[in-house]
Write a new protein. Structure first.
Length: 477
């Protein structure tokens, strides 16, 4: 990778680009494509000849800027085979409607497949002109999206972002000769693949850390710390065998449900998230807001607060705050004193019940609608382990050490991922704006590989299997 001599550069006239090689041209995005063709949704599939894969925004792999094949949607598309709505290998697909605050509309991916398909009506087809490289232009659009130049062309109605493709495609960009476009694309394919592999390893490490953390919690709150302890059958299906010296109690003997309506405003609004109890930011307007928080119930520091209304996405935690939470949630405290029950131990027991879906068989409602709740009677009758108080404290302390260690390593991995992604994008931008000269840094074989048959991605199941079989990466590694 070589930086170009400034004497060989000229002003592009584009603010975000700056200087470009003298032999490069400046064109508008629309001049790199044959047009922007709207997608089509068609009719419900009937397993007939017209059933066709329909690429949706949900199929955009935003990491690799390509089309994912994991969950393709089939639609009945009755069009002549020559219709320009059918995709061809090398087409670029642009998100025209959708988006959000963190991922605004306008993302572009490449369709690098040979099967017959269309794109949905929220997506536009951008067939690249023959004198240009679609792989190169895919990287150009990535750079445009990274600096959020696409946001200049967003029109928003009723909360949905719509991209004015005419305005977007009128943006000016630098362009090298076709031969150099292909070399840049081949170079970036190779170098970003290396970075993607490093990112994937860090992501795998994070997943393994999460799995190990949950295994430690599940094992210790149900089996204790002594692997040589004598065991007995608990008679409880989800618990199985427990240490012989442990007792068992139902929820009604452990917890006392509280219901205290605030009756006033001005208190912190508490949300129960899967990362614990958080103070809600009511000023931003994000999430669901209540018309009258005085009807919410009080929560004091040390209280348990539990979203039992949704066992799929709900959670439970011990509050650090004095505030209020939804009157539909369950607020409770330990019965007895700290000489019998240790709150932190039972926090981990209850959280384990969410992670392992142990409450699920006792729920009621509609799981399809995300409303599978744990009734009060089931909560009171649920059987919990009761180790001696000293063992409860020891288990809770060990879990806290493991969580702290796991979070430290996870934070390091996430920092590494962020740096790798920043480097990846900086490399792409430097190459497509001519800041670095990659000519001669790729072989003819690497350039020719741009035209090779696509290699199908591994399935999600394959990835899960790889993660399960991977060796645990130690802190030193």
């Amino acid at each position: 990778m070589n930086e170009r001599d400034k004497a060989a550069l000229k002003d592009s006239g584009i603010q975000w680009v700056g200087l470009i090689p003298k032999e490069w041209d400046v064109i508008r995005l629309k001049n790199s494509v044959e047009g922007c063709f709207n997608g089509i949704w068609g009719d419900d599939p009937d397993e007939g000849l017209f059933d066709t894969p329909c690429i949706r925004v949900a199929d955009f792999d935003r990491t690799k800027n390509s089309v994912s094949l994991k969950k393709l949607t089939m639609r009945k598309i009755e069009l002549a085979s020559s219709n320009p709505r059918f995709l061809k290998r090398g087409d670029l697909l642009i998100e025209k409607s959708g988006g959000g605050e963190q991922s605004p509309v306008g993302n572009v991916v490449i369709f690098n497949h040979t099967f017959k398909a269309v794109c949905s009506n929220f997506v536009g087809r951008l067939p690249v002109r023959s004198q240009h490289s679609s792989h190169y232009w895919n990287f150009v659009h990535q750079s445009i999206y990274a600096i959020r130049l696409n946001t200049c062309s967003i029109k928003q109605n009723t909360g949905i972002q719509n991209l004015d493709t005419t305005q977007y495609l009128d943006e000016r960009v630098p362009t090298p000769p076709l031969s150099e476009q292909r070399q840049i694309a081949a170079y970036l394919n190779r170098e970003t693949a290396k970075l993607d592999e490093l990112i994937a390893k860090q992501q795998k490490l994070i997943k393994l850390l999460q799995e190990k953390r949950q295994t430690v919690i599940s094992q210790t709150v149900t089996k204790g710390l002594d692997p040589n302890a004598k065991m007995k059958d608990s008679g409880v299906e989800w618990l199985g065998e427990v240490p012989q010296h442990w007792n068992l109690l139902r929820g009604k003997s452990l917890f006392k449900i509280k219901k205290r309506i605030a009756g006033k405003l001005g208190l912190e609004i508490l949300s129960i998230t899967q990362k614990g109890i958080k103070v809600k930011d009511t000023e931003s307007g994000g999430g669901q807001l209540s018309m009258d928080y005085s009807k919410y119930q009080l929560v004091f520091p040390g209280d348990f607060a539990m979203n039992h209304m949704d066992l799929l996405t709900g959670y439970v935690d011990i509050s650090k705050y004095h505030g209020v939470t939804s009157p539909d949630y369950r607020v409770f405290e330990m019965k007895g004193d700290q000489d019998a029950f240790f709150s932190k131990f039972y926090k981990f027991v209850l959280q384990n019940c969410y992670h392992e879906k142990l409450f699920f068989p006792f729920g009621q409602g509609s799981s399809q609608l995300g409303r599978w709740r744990l009734p009060t009677e089931a909560f009171n009758e649920f059987v919990y382990p009761v180790p001696p108080i000293d063992e409860q404290r020891a288990i809770a302390n060990l879990i806290e050490v493991e969580i702290s260690r796991s979070e430290t390593l996870t934070n390091k991995a996430n920092t590494c991922i962020s740096l790798l992604k920043e480097h990846r994008q900086a490399l792409i931008t430097a190459a497509v704006t001519g800041k670095i000269d990659v000519r001669g840094l790729v072989s003819d074989e690497e350039v020719a590989a741009l035209d090779a048959d696509p290699v199908l991605e591994t399935t999600e199941e394959d990835f899960e299997s790889e993660v399960a079989e991977a060796e645990y990466i130690t802190e030193e590694e």
